[in-house]
Design a protein around this ligand. Sequence first.
Ligand code: GDP
Ligand code: IMO
Ligand code: MG
Length: 421
Amino acid sequence: MNKLDVVLGLQWGDEGKGKVVDLLTPAYQVIARFQGGPNAGHSLVFDGDSFVLHTVPSGIFREGSVNIIGNGVVLDPVILMDEISQIEAKAGDISDRLLISKRAHLILPTHRMLDAASEAAKGKSKIGSTLKGIGPTYMDKTGRNGLRVGDIMSGEFTQRYEALKQKHLAMLAQYDFEFDIAEYEAKWLDAVQQLRRFSFIESELVANKLLEEGKSILAEGAQGSMLDIDFGTYPFVTSSNTMTAGVCTGLGVAPCRVGDVKGIFKAYCTRVGSGPFPTELFDEVGEQLRSIGHEYGATTGRPRRCGWLDMVALKYAIMMDGVTELIMMKADVMNSFDTIKVCTAYKIGNETVDHFPYEADDKVEPVYKSFPGWKSDITKVRSYEEFPVEFKNYVEWIEKETGCPVKIISVGPDRSETVMR
Ligand code: GDP
Ligand code: IMO
Ligand code: MG
């Protein structure tokens, strides 16, 4: 029986998962999303085109690949159908290569309103949610109230939708929050009908059968390990398990089926939304990372907070994800920097700690190690040997610190701007 490989983000999301999955897809027959939903925005750049995928796995543009939306995903039919129209305009009919788990939960229009009302009520302490209804949908899932994709085929779908909507409307009445869902609801009900042309599957049966047949599967993470509901910077996290463990529950495969875990990180660090970010920079360097790296959210357009690479957080994620190899993204953004800093430990009061603490609040002060910058353009480099020595020193130091080889280095957004080792 084959094993399933995993690609996931090790930081606070937006590490470049879309690019990497698109790049790796030719080596796999199946790509599967296992958690998250349209809060994700995965960018793909190839052949002069660019796309942002939210719910559909990033293997969709590669002919011959099968793409599965797993049971651990929450999906909004409106966003999914919009995305499918954009993909089909480029790639033609994809109904034979996109399979959707019956067990995936549906994001209702009222889930979106609950997300917005909850955030508005939190005021300054808001999470900075993408407002796609993710939290309320997972709450209904664990609260055992949710509607699932498989329910679309039930004769009682409309009644069940109405019942859940009424429950939500009663909850919304507790908030001082004005809303009108009529227009979105009409689109939603229409999109639900359009979804019927896709195969609704038991992804757990399909995934295990594929592995038994010796087919190769790549699981595509969304968000990042530091946004994990259990181990991220709670409560400033998303509502799913973004780590390797989430693959098992989000697709229905046993832990012993997990093969390589490819952990993606940016050569620096970003975060969008609120919450702890020990290495965040508020100076000109932070501005440069944002402007050179085009650090604006692929889903919401919000400016991303930027800072130096945080090895304490990275090692924490590598440990819990069981990362077997690393993929470094966006080092080209720092081409012109004189000095590159990396956080190696935190000072908390009089103590220096090298592990990620329970509360990574304002009291956490990063301890930095400096590296001389490579001060040259690495975007055209296509083999490791061609990199400047300063850059190689940076990469090899990270390998030594983490005990993981850096197998892929991305030097630009395009599929071709990549160095494989
Ligand atoms: P994801 O959510 O992890 O898929 O990442 P996003 O797509 O949200 O954000 C990554 C951004 O960086 C996108 O705009 C990519 O096109 C871009 N990108 C990916 N890799 C590189 C790289 O190596 N260098 C540069 N400059 N941009 C990159
Ligand atoms: P990809 O897959 C970066 C962040 C939001 C917010 C918190 C909770 O593109 O890396 P939610 O909408 O899930 O309730 O928001 O998580 N967040 C992301 N940040 N990349 C993402 O996805 C994210 N998905 C959610 O900004 O802070
Ligand atoms: Mg993204």
